[in-house]
Ligand binder design. Structure first.
Ligand SMILES: Cc1ncc(COP(=O)(O)O)c(C=O)c1O
Length: 440
């Protein structure tokens, strides 16, 4: 089927994000439509979406309720000032979000992306301690291999070398926990047995700097962008115990684990660990419109609610915080998740997914496989002297064969929409197996 969607013949002006621009522009991969589990390419091919876009289209593509909500809202109230003014849908959305979140999370602050959610949470953490008279608590603790978006706070607490090394000194007063990827856990299905003790490194950091200088620890419950690292059993509980003991806030960056990816609304519920703040984005609007949020406990919010009532309590916000069209999209998205019971669906199909992903164990070059919820990662042996090349070839071949996967380093990561059926899983994993066997 030839689509009437010509590829533009001049691709120079667009400097593409996180992309090998020169490679892309020699052989562009253009998506022009999407519905359900599939993209349509500009040359009329169907490509199975193995990544929910970028971990965001959890309800699949072109969901009628979301499309209609956006159209209706654009025609009704296109924009309302975000500062000192309100509109009903942002309040309704905040209520819906805190209802979905773990008990004790009572407030939502809106942003436009995961990166902005992270910056916002880090700033709230420091300002929270200051508001309580604890203004020496400014230090932020991240983790090696962590990904918290691309803004300066996020790359400072993040731990992926290429996202950091090009950008100067970053924030001062940051330290990192060790990552949790240890050889003993190779081929683990779900949560690994070994490594809870890695959380104890926080005690070393506390002993080094003094607890009274540390504002917050931020971690992804499941580290995604670094190539899917599943937390060892007991690890997140241990982090919670140590942070609580020392009065340090715990932030879960749930930009990818939020909205059903692990089979619960948030990873916090899945792991039964209650953080002080949750950052989210992506699945909040099914990826359709930029929006993120920071969810906080009442204690954090209430610490700011002091002083004369005509004064602004938190000097932070974005022109598009709680934008009406984004709010409408998010409300329709949450309703779609509820109506289709997609979080439960994820939990139901996860065992089938686990078996399918691990069936790739004996394929060429595979050195590890990890999974949880509807997340799967296949780690490849790098080509000597040419790291990332093997996985990138896999990505290109997979696309040619009609499946969209994602690679980071030499790790293939998959995170399909939660509407995925068993037949799609068979197609995705079957095709990926063929691709792996065809790699040099
Ligand atoms: C855990 C985590 N935090 C933050 C971000 C950044 O989100 P965004 O690209 O919307 O800024 C991502 C994106 O993948 C993420 O996975």
């Amino acid at each position: 089927m030839a689509l009437d969607r010509p590829t533009p013949n001049d691709l120079r002006a667009f400097w593409m994000p996180f992309t090998a621009n020169r490679q892309f522009k020699q052989a562009p991969r253009m998506l022009v439509e999407a519905e359900g589990m599939f993209y349509t390419t500009s040359d009329g091919r169907q490509v199975l979406d193995g990544t929910a876009g970028l971990w965001c289209c959890n309800a699949g593509h072109k969901r009628p309720r979301i499309v209609e909500a956006i159209q209706k809202q654009a025609a009704e109230l296109d924009y309302a000032p975000a500062f000192q003014m309100g509109h009903p849908k942002a309040f309704e959305l905040a209520n819906r979000l805190v209802d979905l979140a773990p008990d004790g999370i009572d407030h939502a602050f809106f942003t436009n992306s995961g990166s902005e959610s992270v910056e916002t949470a880090l700033k709230i953490a420091i300002a929270y301690h200051r508001a309580r008279g604890d203004s020496a608590r400014t230090r932020l603790i991240g983790r090696e291999r962590g990904y918290h978006g691309v803004n300066f706070g996020g790359i400072s607490v993040g731990g992926i070398v290429n996202n950091r090394r090009h950008f100067g000194a970053m924030l001062a007063g940051v330290d990192h926990l060790p990552h949790t990827h240890i050889p003993e856990n190779q081929w683990t299905k779900g949560q690994p047995e070994h490594g809870a003790h890695l959380a104890d490194d926080l005690e070393r950091i506390v002993a080094l700097h003094g607890a009274d200088t540390i504002a917050a620890v931020i971690v992804e419950p499941v580290a995604g962008s670094t190539g899917v690292l599943i937390p060892p059993k007991g690890y997140l509980q241990r982090l919670r115990e140590i942070t609580a003991k020392h009065g340090i806030l715990l932030i879960f960056d749930e930009v990818i684990t939020g909205f059903g990816r692990l089979g619960s609304a948030f990873g916090a519920q899945h792991f039964d660990v209650m953080p002080d703040m949750i950052t989210c984005a992506k699945g909040l609007t099914n990826g359709v419109i930029p929006m993120g949020a920071v969810l906080t406990t009442g204690a954090i919010h209430d610490a700011f609610m002091q002083g004369p009532e005509h004064l602004i309590e938190l000097f932070h916000g974005y022109t598009y915080s709680g934008n009406p069209i984004a709010s409408a999209a998010a409300l329709a998205t949450l309703e779609t998740y509820r109506e289709d019971a997609l979080f439960e669906r994820c939990a139901e199909i996860a065992p089938y997914w686990e078996e399918a992903v691990h069936s790739l164990k004996d394929r060429r070059h595979v050195i590890d496989i990890r999974n949880m919820g509807l997340i799967g990662a296949v780690e490849l042996e790098p080509i000597a002297g040419a790291p990332t090349q093997r996985a990138f070839s896999a990505f290109l071949k997979a696309y040619e064969k009609g499946i969209l996967i994602r690679t980071t380093g030499d790790i293939i990561a998959m995170s399909p929409p939660l509407i995925i059926e068993k037949a799609h899983i068979d197609q995705l994993i079957g095709t990926l197996g063929e691709v792996l066997d065809s790699l040099d």
